[in-house]
Every structure is written in C-alpha cells, then in structure tokens.
Design a protein around this ligand. Structure first.
Ligand code: SAM
Length: 277
C-alpha cells in the first residue's frame, strides 16, 4: 500500500517513507522476489548500455538493502566507485560494503558532485519520490557528459486488483499509489533536458497463494501507507475486514480459488546526459 499524505509536499510524507523502510530493513530481503528480479534487469540494462568493461562511477538512488549492487557483482561488475544512497538509515546500513559505500540521502537532493557520474541508476524507488522532475534534474546535474540515467519504477495500474478490492471493502479512494502513467513519465523525461529518453514497458503479473499474502508481502517490504488516514489506520484491520478483502480480491481477479494475480506495471526509464552539455 502506497499512499497520500500531508498536503502541499507531494503525495508522500518523507518521514513516514524513511521510518517504514527503516522498520522493514531487517526482513526486506525475504519478501523481495520482485525487487530482486527487477534489480537484475536494471543491472543487465546498465551492462548492455555501458559495455562489459569496468563500469565507471555509478550511483544507486534508493538502494534499499543493496540488491542492485549485488546484482552487478553477480554479473562480474564492480563499479568504481559504486555509491549507494537511501532515505532510510537502516537500509543504507544493510547495503553498506567497503567497496560500495552507502549513505543516507534523498534522491531529490543528491549529495553527489556535478558532472562526474557515468551512470545514475535506481530500482523501484522513484515511485516513492514526490518530485520526479526534480530527481531527473539532479541526475542530469550529477551525470558526466554522455552519462546514463536508467531506472525501474512502477506506473499506474500497479496493484490494480488490490486497489479495487480495497475500494470495494472500505469505499473511497484506496491507499494504493498514486502512480504516474506512462504518458506523464514520457513528458517528464522529454522535459528533463536528457537526450534519447525512453519509457519501456516491463509490466508483469506475480502470483500469490492467497490475496492476504499480497498484503503481507507489501508490509514486509515496508510498502505501507505513508501518512494516509484510511480505514484500518494503516494496519490491516480486524478479521472481518480481512475476510471481506480476501473475497473482494478473488472477485476482482476472477479467481474464486487457487493463486491470485498481482499486476506490477514496471517500466524502465532510460535517458542520457547530452555529450555537449
Ligand atoms: C521498494 S525499496 C527498493 C530498494 C532497492 N532499490 C531494491 O531494489 O530492493 C524503495 C527504497 O527507496 C528508498 N527511498 C524512498 N524514497 C527515497 C528518496 N526520496 N531518496 C532516497 N531513497 C528513497 C526507501 O527508503 C527504500 O529503501
């Protein structure tokens, strides 16, 4: 469950984002099937575009426990340096390695020198940022001429089954998202001053034995409501509500029994810092 927050600052309450991911850090990896898969694809995308030689200075925005750095290592890549950055100190602590230092920081205000980075990458973090144009402006500032921006994020339509089930049970606007749609992201990329921008569809369905496993996984990942007030107060609610939610999810997914799908509209954002700028 993602969610809405104090007005005027964008959709997310950053203190809640940092706090919830801090709490999730210890068990994050046991729930991170999709995240591991996508981090591997981001690593493949970096290697495919930057070549298989030494990857130059690379920054990972919203590193979490360090899945992208580990995926690069599994591909024989050790970017020098690899700087990992996360809003949540406990995540940065878990990601930190002597050869890949992790720092606490905000992707919207990068603590990175200008014009020096061969790549700025990110996996499944931008959907938590309040200011995507601001993140891209910061990436553009930090990148060396000709440098690569490559990020995976999730777009509108993600967890649509859960959103519909929550709306059916609780009424009102469900605390899922908000997510950009692909057209909005394409426009933001086009306006970013980066060249060759692309927003590539990598959507997928994952399957869970039970609708409540989808919720449990999100909670294990720290992907819970960030400052939202909604029925259940950010928790799961009582047993009655959970049963109603389970039934509503199965109805929405047209899966009366057996595994249920969860849609993840993953997209890859790719763009380059113009060589001459
Ligand atoms: C879903 S996790 C993804 C972590 C990791 N990239 C992975 O693939 O497993 C999102 C991470 O982004 C971090 N995050 C959210 N907003 C951020 C921001 N504005 N700046 C830096 N990190 C942020 C969270 O603390 C969390 O660790």
């Amino acid at each position: 469950l993602f969610a809405t927050s104090p007005a005027g600052e964008g959709p997310f309450d950053k203190r809640a984002v940092g706090r919830d991911f801090d709490r999730a850090a210890a068990q994050y990896d046991t729930h991170a099937g999709l995240q591991r898969e996508v981090a591997g694809e981001v690593a493949d995308g970096l290697v495919a575009r930057l070549g298989s030689g030494d990857l130059g200075p690379l920054a990972d925005l919203g590193c979490g426990t360090g899945l992208l750095g580990r995926a690069l290592g599994q591909r024989g890549q050790t970017p020098r340096p690899l700087i990992q950055l996360d809003l949540a100190p406990a995540m940065a602590h878990r990601a930190h390695r002597p050869d890949a230092p992790a720092v606490v920081g905000d992707a919207e205000r990068l603590p990175l020198a200008s014009g020096q980075w061969a790549a700025v990458a990110s996996s499944l973090t931008l959907q938590w940022c309040n200011d995507l144009p601001g993140v891209l402006a910061e990436a553009r500032r930090a990148l060396a001429p000709g440098g690569l921006f490559l990020a995976a994020t999730v777009l509108d339509g993600t967890l649509t089954e859960l959103a519909s089930a929550l709306a059916a049970v609780d009424g009102g606007r469900p605390p899922v998202g908000p997510f950009y749609d692909a057209d909005a992201v394409r426009q933001i990329l086009a306006d970013s001053g980066l060249s060759g921008p692309a927003c590539l569809d990598a959507s997928r369905r994952r399957w869970a034995e039970d609708p409540l496993h989808v919720l449990r996984e999100l909670r294990g990942l720290g992907a819970t409501a960030k400052g939202a007030r909604h029925p259940g107060g950010g928790g799961l609610g009582g047993r009655g509500r959970l049963q109603r939610l389970r039934s509503a999810y199965r109805e929405v997914a047209a899966a009366p029994d057996g595994p249920v799908p969860a849609t993840w509209n993953v997209a890859f954002l790719v763009a380059w810092k113009p060589a001459a700028s």
